[in-house]
Design a binder for this molecule. Sequence first.
Ligand code: SF4
Length: 497
Amino acid sequence: MADFSANLLAPIKVCLLTYGCQMNILDSQVLSGNLTRQGFTIVEDESEADAVIFITCSVRDLAERKVLGKAGKLNVKRRRRPEVVLGVTGCMAELKGEELLEGKNVFDFVAGTHKRHLIPEMILRALCRRVAAAEVTAANAEHIERLGKALAPYMEECLASEGSLLAVGKDPMSFGLDELEAMRPRPWQAFVEIMRGCSNFCSYCVVPYARGPEVSRPAESILSELRALAVSGCVEVTLLGQNVNSYGKDLPAGSMSFPELLKEAAKIEGIKWLRFVTSNPQDISDELISLMASEKKICRYLHFPLQSGSNRILKMMNRKYTLEGYLEKVAKLRAAMPDLWLAGDLIVGFPGETLEDFGETLRAVEKIDYANNFLFKYSERPGTAAARLKDDVPLEEKKRRHAELMALQGRLTHEHLKSLVGTIQEVLVEGRSKRNRDVLQGRTTHYANVVFEGDPSLIGKFVQVRMESATPLTLYGSCERLTGEEKLTDEKETSGI
Ligand code: SF4
């Protein structure tokens, strides 16, 4: 049952619920593309769906609890539609595996991080079982009739096959199988995966266990995807990897390094902005810093996770740099690019973190003057090295440290935004503002969030915006013109009257 697009005789509606990082967003876009190509219909509203797939994250305990909570609620709703399938993929599926199929019977299938290509078939197998077993009522009769028609070619084979719908394991999927099928909701903006997995084993992190060791995607495959994206109108690309600085180290000798790849990417006409995440401070190179400084397509925003300002805690985290080494890299970056905005990641309440350690983190944040920070309370992740340490900072104290750091970062972020007031910035218009659909929202090269009035026809374009005021998280401005044009089209028209 590898490709059944020709055989789907009625729509099967699938809703994808995505949790976690950009990698998961891209996984979800690739899965959408793959399912659509095979004849499934993607729906936004979970209540319309015949199958709901969770694309999960295990980096924090909270992320896992959110998935289980949501799945539990959908399971209760299945009293009205018992034929609906619930599936789970991503990091949590890989790490928990069979455990997710046991107990309360919530999930029908589990597909690990290297098995997403099996999901279309798993949906069909699970749906056949559920439809065959479901009681037909007034609430689901119409759905059962439609699904019965869609599943008819598979029913016999699926019901004859036994066993749990579980696929996990670390046989790395080769790159190039399905990236080009990604269904991106904004055609002018794309995440592009350049590597998978991680070999760093920071002591608190599950990623090396959930996604396997680092595997780089061949440069030609990445560049041909970028060329295709440019032809289809994409102007902003974010290259994704757990540590992009390691890109190419596992490829044959003579393969491109990350700076070489980035340089080639910047030559592609049409792509105007390049971003990348994540750059691990342990191995950012002088070559990358000097390329960033000279190549104007590379945005002036760098995610550069510190995790803690205490060398003692950094060592326990198995981070392979000291605060002093990190500050040296920041100094080099700032000397090369005085207008660079830095973002960080910080964990508070790591096992053994004292008030003194936390104080060092506060001082480091103030000194580095981050534009933004992703702040987390430590939560023990089973199977990691840190899980063998006593999680000895009480939750209330973790919350207090988190709030103190949030307040500090909030002030720094506001200062960064205020520094742009009065300037004109180039902004890529991302869409209508979520809070007020009558105005537009976009991002600057610094990834600053900007809201301004403008015609929806500007969505996906670069415009010049005069920044007029700044709240703690958002800049407000007025649109001056499209980039490269003297004035906005409607202004040109009225100026002639
Ligand atoms: S670098 Fe460390 S924190 Fe980042 S994914 Fe790898 S192990 Fe996890």
